[in-house]
Design a protein around this ligand. Structure first.
Ligand code: ADP
Length: 337
């Protein structure tokens, strides 16, 4: 066990956070979750992946919902193949070093510096009142990353600035306290993936109420797929379907292409051209079998919360051990011990 941990720590560390948003849909799966699990599985990195519950507290202030969504997101990632033996998977709030280090970073950061962050500027431009937690979000994120000496942090293009902030704060801390405590992380820009259309042809999104849930039962799948819009012109916003030059019904095809090869689909859509009901039935069949094992795993986890609890307990211990070693150096460097 010790040997295993040692060989793992020699790999470059990857740190990533998952927001506890429940109600996952197949757009989230194909657009983000799947790539993320593959990256963690590649074996090139030592992954630290945590549920960002303290980040989520900025926008979700309902205790039952926080608990439910946290558990759901952990179950979802385990169900789609995140391997807890290869990943330190934990809850941010289980590791107090994150908020402790955030405070220390606060003390060496100026307000004008944080006011240049995109999230703050956007909120200001929209005349939105922003809470201190949101204003300070880049500092907590810097702590999340620097605690584990992350070499890479997978982010979308829009999150690149947060990594630059983490690098700035690492350099500043090392300079002020004259010790090389933090190393500089690099952003890993996740490749852009095609947008998955929802049942109305717009981008699939929980805010549009047009989703196919990731863990839908077969009946639910059938209901949603049967209501996919099929007018041959497509929805005015169905750019995703139009972009890949789908045969009609475009939205059905675009979803189908996620679970079946293009060659097979060409034959199927030519053979049943015009028979939208049949094509939808085939899509239901294919979605159902594609997600069957993921759904079974999810149901297994739902029936026995102790698996999730065990994964989080182990992750908590591993993350605490590593982060505590770093914090001892930090506390000493700033002079509180
Ligand atoms: P929603 O739009 O349902 O609120 P989120 O904004 O929480 O989804 O997205 C979480 C992740 O899933 C993001 O990385 C996002 O890019 C991806 N994602 C969400 N919807 C889609 C979609 N329709 N197609 C592709 N990727 C998506």
């Amino acid at each position: 066990m010790i040997c295993y941990a040692k060989s793992m720590t020699q790999k470059p560390v990857l740190v990533s956070a998952i927001k506890p948003t429940g109600d996952l849909h197949i757009g989230n799966y194909f657009g983000a979750m799947r790539q993320f699990v593959e990256l963690a599985r590649e074996g090139k990195y030592r992954p630290f992946i945590f549920v960002a519950d303290y980040h989520a507290l900025n926008s979700m202030q309902d205790a039952d919902e926080m608990r439910r969504r946290t558990r759901e997101i952990v179950m979802a990632y385990l169900a789609i193949g995140l391997d807890p033996a290869e990943v330190t998977f934990f809850k941010q709030s289980d590791v107090p070093a994150h908020t402790e280090l955030c405070w220390i970073f606060d003390t060496i950061t100026t307000m004008p510096y944080l006011m240049r962050a995109h999230a703050f500027k956007d909120a200001e431009a929209k005349n939105k009142e922003i809470n201190v937690g949101t204003f300070n979000y880049p500092m907590l994120m810097a702590a999340d990353i620097l605690l584990y000496d992350a070499a890479i942090v997978p982010v979308g293009q829009d999150q690149k600035q947060h990594i630059e902030i983490a690098r700035d704060i690492a350099e500043k801390f090392n300079r002020i306290f004259k010790e090389d405590i933090f190393s500089l992380p690099e952003p890993y820009i996740m490749p852009e993936v095609a947008t998955v259309p929802g049942i109305d042809g717009q981008k699939m999104s929980k805010s549009y109420g047009n989703v196919i849930p990731l863990f839908a039962s077969r009946d639910e799948l059938a209901k949603r797929v049967m209501s996919v819009v099929t007018d041959s012109g497509g929805h005015p916003m169905s750019t995703a379907a139009v972009d890949i030059g789908c045969p009609p019904p475009k939205n059905v095809y675009a979803i189908h292409a996620l679970v079946r090869s293009k060659e097979e689909l060409e034959t199927i859509y030519a053979e049943h051209a015009g028979n939208y009901k049949m094509l939808k039935e085939l899509l239901i069949e294919d979605l159902d079998s594609y997600f069957a094992s993921i759904r079974a795993k999810y149901d297994e986890l739902k029936n026995d919360f102790s698996i999730v609890d065990d994964v989080l307990a182990r992750g908590k211990q591993e993350a605490r051990t590593l982060s505590e070693a770093k914090m001892e150096r930090v506390r000493h460097a700033v002079g509180v011990v």
